[in-house]
Write a protein that binds this ligand. Structure first.
Ligand SMILES: [Zn+2]
Ligand SMILES: [Zn+2]
Length: 303
């Protein structure tokens, strides 16, 4: 199963040429999950050959424009393209009112069902529970209500050792072996033991998106051991006071969270436009957490 993350925007609120506002696209199995939808996100999708028609789930962290101004445009374009499949939208209180008002005054009638679920900024909530994946919200500390999201793959199946398997083994046996079951005859004698014919399941993949927040350890338990953590890093260390004032984080703070959560990798983004270069972010974060990478627009990370 695919579990790919593409960064579509790494900038923050002040517009800057060459850096776009926040949007991350996860491709899991055959579905697209869009996380935040800054201005121009539909163009970023097209630019990176990602078909907007494959979107099924959209998650919005909060109502600062750099995280959702692209949403009305994207939904309108999906409608123009004749979309009929249901779309699932998760986001803060008020988002659906904004959309309804815009659609009312443009006399837009969506040809598809838009299912909206309001996020709770005060406690982690299970939002999606699919057979292969669960998505929870993460309460963050920002100037307005804001939630991150964590995507966790459900436990994977054991791997069959193909060379060892008899060619005529029934499909049902294969399925049970992959589930970790032994195959026994009616008398209870083990015919095929899962330990002999399978290898342990590969680790489950996970991705946490922690957008716009000031430094807080309140969600450490929820993201403990996550494979890839995205944490905003709007400022460098010298502006820590400013970061606290405006409810944002520094690269060092993002790295501290990654280290305390024992994340596999850290991705940082939401860089303030006052920094024309991003090298400083990487150096500062790596001094605390060496497995840090910059969120580079257009880059796809395979989990
Ligand atoms: Zn922002
Ligand atoms: Zn914000």
């Amino acid at each position: 199963m695919n579990f790919n993350l593409t960064i579509l925007g790494s900038g923050s609120a002040t517009p800057m040429l060459g850096r776009h506002p926040t949007a991350h696209l996860l491709e899991i199995d055959s579905d697209y999950f869009l996380v935040d939808c800054g201005e121009g996100t539909q163009y970023r999708l097209m630019e990176h050959k990602l078909r907007p028609g494959r979107l099924r789930y959209v998650f919005i962290s909060h109502l600062h424009g750099d995280h959702y101004f692209g949403l009305v445009a994207l939904l309108s374009s999906l409608n123009l393209a004749g979309r009929q499949e249901d779309l699932y939208l998760f986001g803060p209180r008020g988002l659906v009112d904004i959309l309804t008002l815009q659609f009312r005054y443009s006399d837009t009638r969506l040809g598809f069902a838009l299912h909206f679920q309001e996020t709770d900024p005060t406690q982690p909530t299970l939002l999606l529970d699919l057979p292969h994946l669960a998505v929870e919200s993460i309460p963050l500390e920002h100037r307005i209500d804001c939630t991150g999201y964590i995507f966790r793959e459900k436990p994977r199946k054991r791997k069959l050792i193909k060379e060892k398997l008899p060619t005529d083994m029934p499909i049902d046996y294969l399925r049970r072996l992959k589930d970790g079951e032994d195959i026994s005859d009616e008398a209870g004698n083990v015919l095929y033991s899962q330990a002999d014919y399978t290898l342990p399941a590969p680790p489950s993949r996970s991705y946490a998106f922690c957008s716009d927040t000031r430094y807080t350890e309140s969600f450490l338990d929820q993201i403990a051991g996550v494979e890839v953590l995205y944490h905003e890093a709007t400022f460098l260390d010298d502006l820590t006071e400013r970061a606290i004032e405006v409810f944002h984080s520094t690269a060092r703070q993002a790295a501290t969270i990654a280290a305390k959560a024992a994340a596999g990798r850290l991705l940082i983004g939401h860089f303030s436009s006052r920094y024309k270069q991003t090298d400083g972010f990487l150096a500062e974060a790596r001094s605390v957490f060496p497995e840090t990478y910059l969120a580079i627009e257009g880059q796809t990370i395979e989990l």
